[in-house]
Write a protein that binds this ligand. Structure first.
Ligand code: A3P
Length: 272
């Protein structure tokens, strides 16, 4: 394959690698895998399989755009390429770098209730450590220190959406960033995906029968040309029990930051 003017790289069967026109920037545990899988149901979308971490990992970024391009899936010329790396949203150097690649890129950001996202984040780290036979701390001892919310806990920072959104809005206009309601995507994915289709100006193709609720999984699964599949077992895990008093503290903690986020994006969400 050889690079062409638009940065695309050709393949004999008519497909080519292209830089993404769409990026799912986060948030970690927001439902980014569900979103990219659901978007892939659309025939004009070609999705990268893995998280690329181009803009946030120095060792990758230094390799430059040719390397980034080489990570992209082979797509037909009329398809749009999408990649997802949830860590982009919370990495402050990413917006400028992405803007310099393509100021007109379309960004998707999927968010969940910030408290729920913290619990999901904890659960992910918990299982990673369990797998590596490492020690882990019970949820309440990471959330609370000396009777107060432990501000040193990184997962809390990732849920301060307005802090990160401010960085993005330094470079991209609001109309370039579509916020997907991750709680709604769990509850009823089709309407949420219709909005994504509209934002991306895709020909309306997705329909209700692409999604069906699987009682065993406890989540919606996908139906693609009659083939049914659910997301991996690591998606949709039970969260640890947290004492109601601590949960209340968390809801209260996020109240102001949430308000700031709503003001930034001119829209509200049903967060506790
Ligand atoms: P939990 O496993 O904590 O419930 P990400 O892909 O960004 O890591 O997000 C994972 C989250 O996606 C899961 O968090 C789950 O709640 C959510 N999700 C949304 N739709 C889903 C679906 N159809 N199947 C499984 N998980 C889904």
């Amino acid at each position: 394959s050889s690079p062409t003017d638009n940065g695309a790289s050709n393949h004999p069967n008519g497909t080519l690698q292209q830089l993404p026109q769409i990026i799912i920037i986060g948030v970690r545990k927001g439902g980014t895998r569900a979103l990219i899988e659901m978007l892939s149901l659309h025939s004009t979308v070609a999705a990268a399989q893995n998280e690329v971490h181009f803009f946030d990992w120095e060792s990758h970024f230094q390799k430059g755009l040719p390397w980034y391009l080489s990570q992209m899936p082979y797509a037909f010329p009329d398809q749009l390429t999408v990649e997802k790396t949830p860590a982009y949203f919370t990495s402050s150097k990413v917006p400028k770098r992405m803007y310099e690649m393509n100021p007109d890129i379309k960004l998707l950001l999927i968010l969940r209730d910030p408290t729920e996202r913290v619990l999901s984040d904890y659960t992910q780290v918990f299982y990673n450590r369990l797998q590596k036979h490492k020690r882990y701390q019970p949820i309440e001892s990471v959330l609370v220190k000396d009777g107060e919310i432990n501000l040193g806990y990184k997962a809390l920072n990732r849920s301060l959406y307005y802090v990160h959104m401010q960085n993005w809005l330094q470079y991209f206009p609001l109309k370039s960033i579509h916020v997907v309601d991750g709680d709604e995507l769990i509850r009823d994915p089709f309407p949420e995906m219709k909005k994504v289709e509209t934002f991306l100006k895709l020909e309306p193709q997705l329909n209700g029968s692409n999604f069906y609720f699987n009682k065993t999984k406890g989540f919606y699964c996908l139906r693609d040309h009659g083939q049914e599949r659910c997301l991996h077992d690591s998606k949709g895990r039970a969260h640890p029990h947290v004492a109601p008093a601590i949960l209340q503290k968390l809801y209260k903690f996020f109240h102001e930051p949430n308000k700031k986020f709503f003001e930034l994006v001119g829209r509200t969400f049903n967060w506790k």
